[in-house]
Ligand binder design. Structure first.
Ligand SMILES: Cc1cc2nc3c(=O)[nH]c(=O)nc-3n(C[C@H](O)[C@H](O)[C@H](O)COP(=O)(O)OP(=O)(O)OC[C@H]3O[C@@H](n4cnc5c(N)ncnc54)[C@H](O)[C@@H]3O)c2cc1C
Length: 479
């Protein structure tokens, strides 16, 4: 019988930092990490070679494999302001461990990133006066501008850094199973006993091999947003307690670097938040990538979602960022993940399975965008596989109104933000809405079953996901 002290499902940053911290705290513990995707060096996305997303089987390399969604991320590590009494980005780790402890955890995690090769330069700290002017200008328009220091790894450097961590973990006796999916949890008398696994290498879901079992009294779920569907199934099957959260639906916006010049220079990433009328939903910019590239990623059920990233060396002439609307549903509807999935599915169908792109001006003119128009557009799309069309067919009136109002308002702060040639890509949806109910020790209502990172809804970014892993190791070691 294969028995471990701790099994972790998934190998994203939260899992990696858990394992790293375990090597520091207790080398005698037998730890197994299980990941459905590949080793980091074997992960690659063919989109640049073949010009379109080919929906890799069995899993998308952008979202699965060692370092999870972190490997192809822009690698913006969001830190914090010393004087802030709350955390405004990255998730809710502080709600479980407190603000001061979260700051300490982030400092510690940041040092590990630096040790493994992160850039020592911090973005967003040099131009305090200019940032204040931007904040004041935003405030006059009813927008909040959040500024926090950011360490930018860049996509190619993130890859290198995580490779070093992969080697480190192997050298320090952390067992890792790749191309292996955790199919099910083994739970008896409300206690976790282990997991059922299935090898998935180069197999379609119809050809998968028999399942096997691995045992542990402690299992940590670290499945990221990629595992959202799986988690919904597990919660239903094993009565794991959840609470409904919001779903964030929106678009990826691409515009010239020249328009975003000041925000890019002073802050690297400007996080603007507003509540435009008439709905007053929370609308925010997210994941800004100066001189970056828009990308496509594939989730369960073959859903294509848009995202963005930027390299340290390779540059485009455009900045991209997400504009996301948070939706909280009321009685009798309580299925935010399904709602988001339906929006994505409709939009994918309109794009023949691809991401759809539309010029802002065409939305105002009430028409779709055609290929010839896109080819002559002053803003050249960086996601070549995106299909020109009409995203307003699929994104609901409320979300679309929120986005357009927000763009108009931000144009008063950043001139040119509402330029008609700017591009909207869709769908961009964040599936972190199936929130697990966990206690201060990150334990669910099932004894020995824990949750960290984005998957259970605790975090929303690299740094906080990684820090949650560090904290998980400390909890496991002391309990
Ligand atoms: C293109 C892109 C750009 C991004 N840019 C940034 C950025 O600049 N800054 C930032 O802070 N954040 C960014 N993010 C978000 C960031 O990557 C995530 O917040 C972070 O990776 C979450 O870490 P995690 O460990 O919770 O989960 P993930 O990194 O999502 O990893 C979860 C892993 O679990 C695996 N898994 C899921 N289910 C199973 C199962 N049943 N069996 C086995 N394995 C399973 C998945 O394959 C995946 O590898 C970006 C994300 C993307 C996709």
């Amino acid at each position: 019988m294969k028995k471990y002290d701790v099994i972790v499902v998934g190998m994203g940053p939260s899992s990696i930092f858990f394992a790293y911290e375990m090597t520091k705290l207790n080398k005698n513990k037998k730890i197994l990490l299980i990941e459905q995707g590949k080793r980091v060096e074997d992960r690659n996305c063919p989109i640049e070679k073949v010009g379109k997303c080919v929906k890799c089987k069995p899993y998308c390399s952008i979202t699965s494999g060692f370092s999870g969604a972190g490997a192809f991320s822009d690698g913006k590590l969001s830190l914090y302001n010393k004087d802030d009494e709350d955390f405004y980005v990255g998730g809710n780790l502080h709600k479980y461990v407190g603000v001061e402890e979260t700051k300490k955890l982030i400092d510690y995690t940041d040092k590990i990133y630096l040790k493994f090769g992160a850039d020592s330069k911090l973005e967003g700290t040099e131009f305090a006066d200019e940032v204040k002017k931007l904040k004041d200008k935003a405030s006059k328009e009813g927008l909040t501008l959040i500024d926090i220091p950011i360490r930018h790894l860049g996509t190619e450097k993130a890859h290198e850094l995580y490779k070093k961590l992969e080697i480190y973990l192997e050298e320090n006796n952390i067992d890792m199973m790749f191309e292996t999916k955790v199919e099910d949890l083994i739970i008896e008398d409300n206690k976790i006993k282990g997991v059922k696994i299935q090898k998935v290498n180069n197999k379609t879901s119809e050809e998968l091999e028999e399942t096997d079992e691995v045992y542990a009294d402690k299992v940590v779920i670290a499945i990221g947003r990629k595992g959202a569907n799986w988690l919904v199934d597990m919660c239903g099957k094993h009565q794991i307690e959840t609470k409904a959260g919001a779903v964030d639906i929106g678009i990826r916006y691409e515009l010239p670097d020249s328009v975003m010049e000041k925000v890019n220079k002073y802050m690297y990433e400007g996080k603007f938040i507003g509540k435009p009328g008439p709905f007053k939903d929370k609308v925010r910019t997210f994941c800004q990538n100066p001189s970056g590239f828009v990308s496509a990623e594939v989730y369960d059920n073959n859903l294509s979602l848009v995202n963005g990233h930027s390299y340290k060396e390779r540059k485009s002439k455009n900045t991209n960022l997400a504009i996301l609307v948070s939706h909280n549903f009321t009685y009798p509807f309580n299925k935010p993940i399904e709602y988001g999935r339906n929006v994505a599915k409709n939009l994918n169908e309109l794009g023949n399975g691809n991401i759809v792109v539309q010029r802002l001006g065409d939305i105002y003119r009430g028409k779709r965008t055609w290929n010839e128009e896109l080819q002559n557009n002053s803003v050249v799309p960086t996601l070549k596989s995106a299909v020109p069309g009409d995203i307003t067919f699929a994104i609901g009136y409320r979300t679309m109104t929120d986005i357009l109002q927000f763009i108009r308002t931000l144009d008063k702060v950043v001139e040119g933000f509402a330029n008609p040639d700017n591009l909207l890509y869709g769908p961009e949806i964040k599936f972190y809405s199936n929130q697990l109910v966990i206690d201060k020790n990150f334990e669910t209502n099932i004894k020995g079953l824990y949750s960290i990172g984005d998957g259970g809804g605790m975090t929303r970014g690299l740094m906080m996901a990684s820090a949650s892993g560090v904290q998980m190791a400390r909890i496991i070691e002391r309990t």
